[in-house]
Design a protein around this ligand. Structure first.
Ligand code: DC
Length: 221
């Protein structure tokens, strides 16, 4: 039986960095579910489909084919209708679009189905918002990874700075708080900590400390 580790948490908590490293350490496959919602968001942007119009987004759902594969370094690549969109989906605009389209149940049904199929074949570390609550309710280890809004904004601002982009820390904090609110208060599969998930707050932990903590939790399950 494949093993599964579910890592849920808000935007900017470091889920993908941590989940990727944990997967590498354990020899599991890392599945970034946010990337799939981002690909749907990108489809809507490219096709001028109004993101806040559920009917319109859902009416195009059968035109959207999302698949993933792994490059030689084991890095997940996301394909939208056959095109590798892995780098195109990493913008703030696409993140916001993903947050909008992820509210719609038919979008979720389509992607959850794909996520479950992937996890049925091999041991995975899967990160997202609804992994423990919905996608893999029987996951062997469930982690809720979070950090304070201030710390997540500081990390995001540092990332932007490294890319040579300037930003206003207060504006980044507001963006993160707004996205948290939307992800936690939507009707369908809101971000939530299931009671049995172990809370890991990375506000005062380094990346390596957070990875070690999760590896320890996974090995002592
Ligand atoms: O983790 P991320 O920033 O790449 O996710 C982008 C958006 O996709 C996020 O704001 C909410 C949505 N999402 C979701 O609803 N369920 C998931 N399992 C993963 C992401």
């Amino acid at each position: 039986m494949p093993y599964s580790i579910a890592i849920d948490g808000p935007a900017g908590a470091g889920k993908s960095t941590i989940a990727k490293a944990v997967a590498r350490e354990l020899g599991y496959v890392y599945i970034d579910t946010g990337a799939m919602y981002r690909a749907v968001g990108l489809f809507c942007i490219h096709n001028q489909i109004p993101l806040h119009d559920e009917k319109s987004v859902v009416s195009h759902i059968n035109e959207i084919d999302i698949s993933i594969s792994y490059d030689d370094d084991g890095v997940q690549q996301v394909f939208l209708n056959g095109e590798n969109v892995s780098s195109m989906i990493r913008t703030l605009e696409v993140g916001e679009a993903a947050s909008s389209v992820s509210q719609y149940q038919p979008v979720r049904d389509k992607l959850v189905d794909l996520q479950r199929k992937l996890a049925s074949k091999t041991s995975v570390v899967m990160d997202g918002r609804d992994i423990a609550s919905k996608v893999l309710p029987n996951a062997d280890t469930k982690i809720y990874l979070t950090a304070s809004v201030e710390e997540r904004a500081r990390r995001r601002a540092n990332e932007l700075k490294e890319k040579g982009e300037s930003c206003d820390l207060k504006a980044v904090e507001k963006e993160i708080a707004d996205r948290d609110y939307r992800d936690m208060h939507r009707e369908n599969s809101p971000l939530t900590k299931v009671p049995e998930a172990i809370l890991v707050d990375s506000s005062d932990l380094s990346i390596d400390e957070t990875i070690d903590k999760i590896l320890e939790l996974a090995m002592n399950r």
